[in-house]
Design a binder for this molecule. Structure first.
Ligand code: SF4
Length: 212
C-alpha cells in the first residue's frame, strides 16, 4: 500500500507527484516508481489500467520529473517487490532475529554486548587511532598495578592492551573472558603496548560460557 500526495488524471495523462520537505535523495524516485506500480495494480482507482506518464519529486526549491516506468519495467519492479516482501515475511517469523552488523548501526546499538555477530567483526584496537572509543572482547591477563590490567588476545594469548581504571575492578580476574563497551584508546610514551582507559561511560561484562 501507499498514499500518493498528488495524482493528476487528465484525458491523456496520469502524473504522480510527491512533495518532499527534506534534501534530495535518489530513494525518493524509487518511491515514485513504487507508486507507479501501485497505480498500475489498482483495479479500483485505475480500473481502465491507464499507465502513469510522469513522476515528480517536488522539493521546496525545484522539481525532479522522470518518465514513469514502462510495462516491462513495472513487471520487473513488481517481481522485485514481491521478493522483498517474501524475504521480510521470512525474517518476521524467524524465531531469532538475524543480526545484520553495520558500523553505523552497531555503534548505537543498546544490545551489542549480547550480539555475537557484532563481536565477530568489531574492529581491533591496533587498527584504531588514539582518542577513539572502542569495544573489546578478550581475556583478562595478569594485574599490572593497583589500577591496571593486561588484556590478552583471544587468538594468541599474548598481552595486547594495558587497561587502566580509576578504581579497582573486581570483575577483572585473570583468565576471565570479558566484553567491555566504550573503552578510550590512549597513548603513553612510556608503555609500548596499546593503552586503554575505563571511564564512567565504560561497561564490563563477564562471559560465562564458551559461546559468549
Ligand atoms: S550489535 Fe547486533 S543487534 Fe545490534 S545493530 Fe549490530 S548486528 Fe544488530
Amino acid at each position: 500500500m501507499g498514499r500518493v500526495d498528488l495524482l493528476t488524471v487528465t484525458q491523456d495523462r496520469v502524473d504522480i507527484t510527491d512533495y518532499k520537505t527534506g534534501a534530495e535523495d535518489p530513494s525518493h524516485l524509487d518511491q515514485l516508481r513504487l507508486y507507479a506500480l501501485l497505480w498500475d495494480l489498482d483495479r479500483i482507482a485505475n480500473h481502465e489500467r491507464r499507465p502513469a506518464t510522469e513522476l515528480t519529486a517536488a522539493y521546496s526549491s525545484r522539481e525532479i520529473t522522470i518518465p514513469a516506468p514502462g510495462d516491462s519495467q513495472l513487471r520487473d519492479l513488481e517481481e522485485n517487490v514481491r521478493q522483498r516482501i517474501a524475504a521480510a515475511e521470512t525474517e518476521l517469523v524467524a524465531s531469532v532475529p538475524r543480526a545484520l552488523p553495520s558500523k553505523q548501526k552497531c555503534a548505537l546499538c543498546q544490545v551489542r554486548h549480547l550480539c555475537n555477530a557484532y563481536w565477530e567483526q568489531a574492529p581491533e584496537a591496533h587498527t584504531l587511532s588514539r582518542g577513539t572509543w572502542f569495544d573489546y572482547q578478550g581475556v583478562v591477563g595478569p594485574q599490572n598495578g593497583a589500577h591496571s590490567w593486561w588484556l590478552l588476545s583471544e587468538r594468541t594469548g599474548q598481552k595486547t592492551i594495558l587497561l587502566r581504571a580509576a578504581a579497582t575492578m573486581r570483575a577483572l580476574l585473570p583468565s576471565r573472558r570479558i566484553r567491555v563497551l566504550n573503552l578510550r584508546l590512549d597513548d603513553d610514551p612510556e608503555v609500548e603496548a596499546i593503552v586503554a582507559t575505563l571511564t564512567a561511560a565504560s561497561e564490563v561484562f563477564v562471559l560465562t560460557d564458551s559461546k559468549g
